[in-house]
Structures are given as structure tokens and as C-alpha cells.
Design a protein around this ligand. Sequence first.
Ligand SMILES: Nc1nc2c(ncn2[C@@H]2O[C@H](COP(=O)(O)OP(=O)(O)OP(=O)(O)O)[C@@H](O)[C@H]2O)c(=O)[nH]1
Ligand SMILES: [Mg+2]
Length: 322
Amino acid sequence: MLLTDQHPHNKSIMVSVLGAPNVGKSSMINYLMGMDLTVVTKKPQTTRNKFHCVFTVDRTEIVLVDTPGVHKSNMEFNKRLNEQAKEGTEGADINLLLIDLSREILPQVKDFIELMDMELGRTWVIFSKADRIEDATKLPLAEVFAKIQEVIPAADKFFVVSSKTGDNMHELTGAICDAALPGPHLYLDGSVSNKNERFFACEYIREQAFQLLKDEIPYEVAVLIDEFKDVSKKDEDRQSHISASILVNRPSQRGIVVGSKGAMIKEIGTRSRHKIEAMTGGKVHLNLHVKVSPKWFKNNFVLEEIGLPRAVNSARVWRNKG
Ligand SMILES: Nc1nc2c(ncn2[C@@H]2O[C@H](COP(=O)(O)OP(=O)(O)OP(=O)(O)O)[C@@H](O)[C@H]2O)c(=O)[nH]1
Ligand SMILES: [Mg+2]
């Protein structure tokens, strides 16, 4: 089917999902989609790229844009994460601003506005992790929302949700569908993202590294796919061969990621392979290598390779300085 030749009742909407690190953006997206597409860990700064997560409800296509949590930092790497979040608002019909109910609310809003430093279009405030509060209905959230509207005038609705219990997720999906406008779908039926299997293979390996490694190591790890090829013969079930490099910053981290007698790398490999196999629907042979790449997070080539190019307007800033 041509994307231009579509059912006349089709509707579509693009919704960016924004907020501080760890507030539950990716968890909410997975809940709404009904699948574990985007990576979730207990640690902040899990998501590193903006990307589309796509599903349909009846004839309505919903494109949720997952984004990295915005946070204060002078490091180039972190600035590029924030830039991804800003770019995630481009073309969005609505922004969902997640505010973690288990943390102080107004400082989260203040930091977010300062860091985004842009005029936000139509925004819905999503108070997340409601299950962490004994009784969220007793909180004066209407008053808090009125205060948020003073600083985000385009905020016109709020929801109180939990990705753990599913509270109000149905209502949120309904409201998104109601806001969708008639028009063609951007993606073919069955597409779940604008990113390919290579991207998600990387993400699922990094997710396990984030979950299994401690201290600063997860933040000093990047994953690159060296090879991803289908090796199945005609009429055979799908089989893929994937080689990936786990980059670390320092030689001492290499030993930790490999682990005693290779136990850690084996665990990262086994867990991520299961998730990759669920995605490809076939068997996966996964080879992981740990490589020391000092200060990879300052290296523009590596940053571009992991989907964090220099901000579009940074060249302009640089030229102006000259
Ligand atoms: N109790 C509870 N925990 C949640 C909820 N939503 C997310 N979490 C937990 O919060 C942590 C962070 O969740 P993520 O979905 O990765 O948060 P995020 O905003 O995408 O984080 P970044 O990608 O780092 O910006 C994980 O441990 C989740 O299990 C929720 O509704 N209730
Ligand atoms: Mg995330």
C-alpha cells in the first residue's frame, strides 16, 4: 500500500515525551505501546537518543517520541543528550512533560524550563509514578498545575499515571486519540519505530550493561554494532549473526566488564541476546568485544556513530564567536 493511498478515516498524531532523567518516560511509552520497545533501567540517563515509537489504536496512528532526560551538565556528551530532547519536540502536536510525583514537583518544572530554553507548544503535564504516593488523589494537583501553567502557558491538561499499575493510561491514550487530526499515517502498518534492528540491538546490549554494571561504569559505556547479518538459508528460520563492541573509557573498566573468567560479559550477552531474539523472531549469534576507547564521550566520531551529532546550531554559535 502506498502511504499516500490510505483509508479516508485515518488519523495521526505525534507526541514528544519529555522530562528529567529517570521520571519514567520510557516506561510510560512501553506501557502505552504494550511492548518493551524502549530501554528502561533504574539508573538516570538510560535513554540517549530521540526516536519514534509507533502504534495504532483503531485508525489512529500514535507516534510517541522518546527522548533523553534533560539535566544540567557542562559536559559535551550531556549537552548532546539535552539537544536530542529539544529536537524531539520538532513536529510534535503535543508535548507530554513527565513530572515524578515521588520527587519535589516545582523544582523539576523550573529545571526543565531552564534547560529546554525554548517556547513549548501545546503541553500536557503527566504526573508519573502515582503508585509511589500513598493516595495521589489527596494531593492538591489542580493547584500545582495552575502554578505550572504560569510558567508554561501552553500547558492545557494534566494526568496522574503509573506505569506500574496502569492507572489512567487508558484515559491518556483516549485523550491522545481525540487530539489526533485526520490525515495519512507516517508509517506502514506494523512498523514500531523509525530506528532499525541495529539500533535496538545496541540499545538492548547497553540496557544490560547499565543494569549489571555499577558506579560510573554504565555512563562510560557505549555500544557499537560491527556486523549484523542474516545467515539463514532460503526456507530456513531466521538466524542472525551480530558482532558488537562495548566501548569503555579506561583499561581498568575492561576487566570489570569482562568479569571473572568472562562471567560478566557472558551475562550481558545472554540477557541481551534473549531480547534481540524476541525482536528478530529468530536465532541470534551474538559476539561481544570490550574495547578501551579513552574519553570516547568527547570524541565526535564516536558520538556521531552513536547517534549524537553536534547540535545543528552549535556551528553557528562557534562562527559567531570567531
Ligand atoms: N514505581 C514506579 N516506578 C516507575 C514508574 N515508571 C518508571 N518507573 C521506574 O523508574 C525508573 C526509570 O524509568 P525510565 O522509564 O527508564 O525513566 P526515563 O524517564 O525514561 O529515564 P531516562 O531515559 O534516564 O531519562 C525505572 O526503574 C522504572 O522501573 C512508575 O510508574 N512507578
Ligand atoms: Mg528513558
